[in-house]
Every structure is written in structure tokens, then in C-alpha cells.
Design a protein around this ligand. Structure first.
Ligand SMILES: *[C@@H]1O[C@H](CO)[C@@H](O)[C@H](O)[C@H]1NC(C)=O
Ligand SMILES: *[C@@H]1O[C@H](CO)[C@@H](O)[C@H](O)[C@H]1NC(C)=O
Ligand SMILES: *[C@@H]1O[C@H](CO)[C@@H](O)[C@H](O)[C@H]1NC(C)=O
Ligand SMILES: *[C@@H]1O[C@H](CO)[C@@H](O)[C@H](O)[C@H]1NC(C)=O
Ligand SMILES: *[C@@H]1O[C@H](CO)[C@@H](O)[C@H](O)[C@H]1NC(C)=O
Ligand SMILES: *[C@@H]1O[C@H](CO)[C@@H](O)[C@H](O)[C@H]1NC(C)=O
Ligand SMILES: *[C@@H]1O[C@H](CO)[C@@H](O)[C@H](O)[C@H]1NC(C)=O
Ligand SMILES: *[C@@H]1O[C@H](CO)[C@@H](O)[C@H](O)[C@H]1NC(C)=O
Ligand SMILES: *[C@@H]1O[C@H](CO)[C@@H](O)[C@H](O)[C@H]1NC(C)=O
Length: 488
């Protein structure tokens, strides 16, 4: 324990000083692309059924991250990206921010754009926020972003940009900066977001570094895509999977268009592109995570091991390979600050660690474990942690515990499984068994005990989850029929 603390101290001291931005170089531009609900097996570089030529090229010329972990659902992962803290330390561990809930990323966390702005960056967001909006102070243009085009909540219609409430009444959730955006009805969101990103890229003043955060709506349900994209997936017979494949293709084309704009404007000359999903694929919609076990919403690898890669023309000393180093969504925050030449001074309390050496040079990961999640109120205190090779799961990992096959024509869509009875603790060796077939808890009770001690150490750092009831004051009827801030 004492030795562990000493090493930890040494390592944090090193983080603050062992990486320095090459002298005189302007801080690079960052483009941080988040796909929504994209599964492990839903990209062409893993599954030849998918049509993602742009993502495949960028991934192959960059670095494919093979152990990049995210949270089981949307809002918690986004809170990791924005703060560098695990969600069980920001109160967002128990699930998404429902559109009617007064729930939000607490204001005492400095967001990634706020931290980058202090280093001279200008930051923009295009797409989905999903970190709370009931008070203006929780919305993106008050949290470090100079501009916003997108939506505050989640799961809306790709064309109308309307989202349902509990009673299935549907209202607009779409804005440009603070103003409702009513004129883009009928236009598919991937096209809107790509156009806006390209506008930002073209009008960017190049004497400043750009942070463009691009959380796409694609490829979350509802299953909707213009016919031309679906047609490119005509080799898939199953209707749902074919539409899903078309949605991924539209996302791919959007990324291709944005990449072209970055090249044309010269911004690509000094830039890091990050591409990551926010959670594993919902196999119960049409996504796929094979060979991994489980799906979105679960603590299994299929819910938490995310598709991700980086690309850069100028910053990678090693590229074109698969990096197996352990990385977590909370690491992006300090890593981008590090690459921007920022001071990681107060990093000791933060969960994220700077992974610049691993990402840019293929160096070792600075991380040897992480918290998959620690549910506080909901799900009966289920939790999972990773340490070295081992993963401990306390309680149920959630529903969807299968190795769900690719959807095939004629198969009924999968329905929700009933909660299976799981033993109180399960232990997996993720290095030798990345697909979680063999629970080792009975074989190694002493290792279970050691992992339980770690789980308890980590748990002590958490705060209670925000789980406020839905608030009728959120009703869009109070705000001219638009989901709007002003009710908390
Ligand atoms: C923010 O406030 C919470 C309590 O609500 C506290 O646990 C946490 O440490 C604070 N975080 C920061 C970064 O100040
Ligand atoms: C809302 O619509 C869904 C189907 O889309 C249905 O299952 C649900 O029962 C509806 N809820 C209400 C309150 O009408
Ligand atoms: C990509 O650009 C082409 C050519 O301008 C355009 O037709 C297409 O709609 C764009 N795709 C997306 C997803 O925005
Ligand atoms: C960049 O240039 C514009 C004029 O083109 C100027 O207004 C702005 O202050 C400059 N910004 C920085 C950070 O130098
Ligand atoms: C919840 O956890 C307690 C102990 O942690 C256990 O006794 C109980 O069976 C669990 N309930 C469910 C529904 O899993
Ligand atoms: C799993 O499914 C059961 C039965 O439908 C449901 O009651 C339970 O809330 C689900 N659990 C989770 C974590 O979603
Ligand atoms: C886990 O797997 C790795 C790689 O196969 C092996 O070196 C290690 O000994 C295993 N640990 C346990 C406890 O089985
Ligand atoms: C990459 O991850 C997959 C899924 O966990 C695993 O099966 C594969 O062995 C990993 N590749 C390497 C080189 O570690
Ligand atoms: C929004 O939050 C501020 C504090 O940040 C508070 O003063 C204000 O009353 C809140 N607005 C509403 C409508 O509750």
C-alpha cells in the first residue's frame, strides 16, 4: 500500500513534467468526434459488412485504440469527456439525463473547453449535449463553447428534431446558440451537423487553436436514414440492420466531408482527430458488439469497450497500428490539455491521466485500472472495476448478457431479457478472456477479496447520484412548444 502510494505520487509528479509540447509549436487543433451508440463490430475496419471507407482510412493511417473504455450510456460518457472525472464522482453515474429531469453536470467542474480556452483555444460544439439544460447556466454556451448547433437532450427524430415526453407529446429540441432552430425541419441531422462543422472550419481565424467537439446524433435510435445511404447497404437483408448500416455510412460520409474541409483550409497540418463512440452498441436496436459480451447499458465489455481511433498528420511518431494500451474516457481531458501544452498541476484529484505518450508515441499506458461504474441508488449498487488483467463485477452487470449475433433476415428483433440471477461477485481475466466467458470467482476467492478492497477504496471517493423525479415544469408548452431552460 505504502509502495503503491509512493509510485502513484512519482507517477503524478512525472505527468506534470515529463511531457512537454515541442518548443515553439502552436498548440494543435482538436476535433473530437463522438458517435452515439456505435457498437464494437459496427465499423468497416472490424466488420466488412459495414460501409465506412473514410473511418477505415483514418483509422488505418492513425492509431486504432483497442482498449478504450467508455460508460454504459450516453450522459455519463459525455461527463467523462467534459470533466476528466468518473461519473460516480460527478453524480451522473446512474444513467442519462432525461429531458424532463432537473439533472445536470455540476457547475463546479471546469469543462474541457473552459480549460482549453484558458490556453488560447476557441471552442465550438455541434450536435448532442445531454449534460443538463434546465437552467441556462448548464447549457453549452455557458460552459466554454462559443457556439452551439444541436440539441440538449437525446433520442430525437433525425428530421423533425422533435423529441417525446413521457406521454409521447413531441416538441422541438434544436437550437443555434440559444435560439430555437425551426428552419431545418426535414433535413437529416448528419448533413446539418457536417455542414455546420465545415462552416466553423472555413471561418476559423487561424491565429488561434480550434477545439471542435462534434457529438453526432448518428447512430442512435430511431432507425432513420435517407434512402441513398440505405441503398449502399443493400447487401444486408435484415431491414433494421440495413438501415443501421446506412446510418453509419451517413456518419462516415459526414466525417469524410469534414476531413476534406480540414485539408482544404490547412487546419489538418497541425491537428489531432479523436473518434470515439459514447458506449457499446444497443444490440436490441440493430447494433453489434461481437465478439464482446453484452450491450449498451451493461457493465460487460460490450457495453463499455468502445470503438475509437485517433488520426493526425503531424503529431504521431508511431502510426498505422493497433494500440492495446488501457485508456478510459476520462483520460481525454488531461491528454488534450497535455498536448496543448497545458499545466496538469491539479491532476492528483482527477481520475483522468495524461496519455499523450501512449497515443502519440506508442508508449506504455499510464493507467493500470479504472472504475467501469459504481451505481449509487439504481441497480442495487452494481459496480465493476478493472485492475491489471482482472475485472471484478459486483451484482448484476445489467440485462443483455449475451454474445448477440448479427441481426439476420427473418429473425425477430431481440426483446428485453429478464434479469438473470448473477452471483454477488464475478471475476474475469480480460487479458486472457476478453469476451468474458469464464467467471474465475470460485477458483480465485483470494483475488476476489483483493479486488473487493480496491472497489471499496474507489467507492469512498464517490458522491451520491442525482436522481431527481421528472418535473412537470419542464413542459415545453410553457416555452412556446420548445424544450427549454428556465425551470430549475
Ligand atoms: C464539486 O462538488 C462536489 C459536491 O457536490 C464535490 O464532491 C466535488 O469534489 C467538487 N468537484 C470539484 C472539481 O470541485
Ligand atoms: C408511447 O409510445 C410507445 C410506442 O412508441 C408506447 O409503447 C408507449 O406505451 C406510449 N406511451 C404513452 C404514455 O402513451
Ligand atoms: C458530403 O458532401 C457532399 C458533396 O457536397 C454532399 O452531397 C453530401 O450530402 C455530404 N454528406 C453529408 C453527410 O453531409
Ligand atoms: C486573431 O486575429 C484577429 C484579426 O484577424 C484578431 O481580432 C484576434 O484578436 C486575433 N486573436 C489572437 C488570439 O491573436
Ligand atoms: C440487492 O443486493 C442485496 C445485497 O447487496 C441482495 O441481498 C439482493 O438480493 C439484491 N437484490 C436484487 C434484486 O438483486
Ligand atoms: C432488466 O429487465 C427487467 C425486466 O424487464 C427490468 O425490470 C429491469 O429494470 C431491467 N434492468 C436494467 C438494469 O435495465
Ligand atoms: C490472466 O491472463 C494473463 C495473460 O494470459 C496471465 O498472464 C495471468 O496470469 C492471468 N491471471 C490470472 C489470475 O489468471
Ligand atoms: C482487441 O480487442 C478484441 C476485443 O476485446 C480482442 O479480441 C483482441 O484480442 C484485441 N487485440 C489485441 C491485439 O489485443
Ligand atoms: C439558475 O441558476 C442560478 C444559479 O446558477 C439561479 O440563481 C437561478 O435562480 C436559476 N434559475 C431558475 C429558473 O431556477
Amino acid at each position: 500500500m505504502v509502495k503503491g502510494c509512493f509510485l502513484l505520487l512519482l507517477y503524478y509528479t512525472c505527468l506534470a513534467s515529463c511531457y512537454t509540447n515541442p518548443k515553439g509549436a502552436a498548440p494543435p487543433n482538436f476535433i473530437f468526434i463522438v458517435a452515439d451508440d456505435l457498437g464494437w463490430n459496427d465499423v468497416g475496419f472490424r466488420n466488412p459488412q459495414m460501409r465506412t471507407p473514410n473511418l477505415d482510412r483514418l483509422a488505418h493511417e492513425g492509431v486504432i485504440l483497442n482498449s478504450s473504455y467508455v460508460q454504459p450510456v450516453c450522459s455519463p460518457s459525455r461527463s467523462c469527456f467534459m470533466t476528466g472525472y468518473f461519473p460516480y464522482r460527478t453524480g451522473l453515474q446512474d444513467g442519462v439525463v432525461n429531458v424532463e429531469q432537473p439533472k445536470f453536470l455540476p457547475l463546479n467542474f471546469t469543462t474541457l473547453p473552459e480549460a482549453l480556452n484558458q490556453l488560447g483555444y476557441v471552442s465550438h460544439i455541434v450536435g448532442k449535449w445531454h449534460l443538463g439544460y434546465c437552467n441556462w447556466s448548464y447549457t453549452p454556451t455557458y460552459r466554454g463553447f462559443q457556439s452551439f448547433l444541436g440539441y440538449y437532450s437525446g433520442a430525437e427524430d433525425y428530421y423533425t428534431h422533435y423529441r417525446k415526453d413521457t406521454f409521447n407529446y413531441t416538441s422541438l429540441d434544436f437550437r443555434t446558440d440559444k435560439a430555437p432552430l425551426t428552419t431545418r425541419r426535414g433535413e437529416y441531422s448528419a448533413n446539418i451537423f457536417a455542414k455546420k462543422a465545415i462552416d466553423i472550419i472555413r471561418s476559423h481565424k487561424q491565429n488561434q487553436s480550434l477545439f471542435l467537439y462534434l457529438p453526432f446524433q448518428s447512430v442512435h435510435e430511431p432507425l432513420q436514414v435517407p434512402g441513398e445511404y440505405e441503398d449502399r447497404c443493400n447487401h444486408i437483408q435484415d431491414l433494421h440492420r440495413r438501415i443501421y448500416c446506412g446510418m453509419v455510412n451517413a456518419l462516415d460520409e459526414a466525417v469524410g466531408n469534414i476531413t476534406d474541409a480540414l485539408v482544404e483550409t490547412g487546419l489538418m497540418e497541425n491537428l489531432l482527430m479523436v473518434f470515439t463512440t459514447d458506449n457499446g452498441g444497443p444490440t436490441y436496436v440493430a447494433a453489434n458488439n461481437l465478439p464482446l459480451r453484452g450491450a449498451k447499458t451493461t457493465l460487460w465489455e460490450g457495453g463499455t469497450k468502445g470503438t475509437a481511433f485517433i488520426y493526425s498528420k503531424n503529431l504521431l511518431t508511431k502510426k498505422g497500428y493497433l494500440n492495446t494500451g488501457m485508456m478510459h474516457a476520462v483520460d481525454w481531458y488531461p491528454t488534450l490539455l497535455q498536448i496543448a501544452g497545458g499545466d496538469l498541476g491539479n491532476i492528483i484529484d482527477r481520475d483522468g491521466v495524461g496519455q499523450a505518450d501512449m497515443l502519440l508515441n506508442g508508449g506504455p499506458s499510464k493507467r493500470d485500472g479504472f472504475v467501469y461504474n459504481y451505481y449509487s441508488g439504481k441497480r442495487n449498487g452494481s459496480a465493476a472495476i478493472r485492475y491489471g488483467h482482472l475485472k471484478l463485477i459486483q451484482g448484476s452487470p445489467g440485462n443483455y448478457s449475451d454474445w448477440t449475433p448479427l441481426p439476420k433476415l427473418g429473425q425477430e428483433p431481440l426483446v428485453l431479457e429478464d434479469e438473470i440471477e448473477f452471483p454477488p461477485y464475478m471475476l474475469f481475466n480480460i487479458t486472457s478472456d476478453p469476451t468474458e466467458h469464464f467467471d474465475l470467482s470460485a477458483k480465485y476467492p483470494e483475488l476476489v477479496d483483493e479486488m473487493k478492497v480496491k472497489l471499496e477504496e474507489w467507492r469512498k471517493r464517490g458522491i451520491p447520484a442525482q436522481n431527481p423525479p421528472k418535473d412537470p415544469k419542464s413542459n415545453p408548452a410553457n416555452y412556446g412548444g420548445v424544450w427549454s431552460p428556465g425551470w430549475c
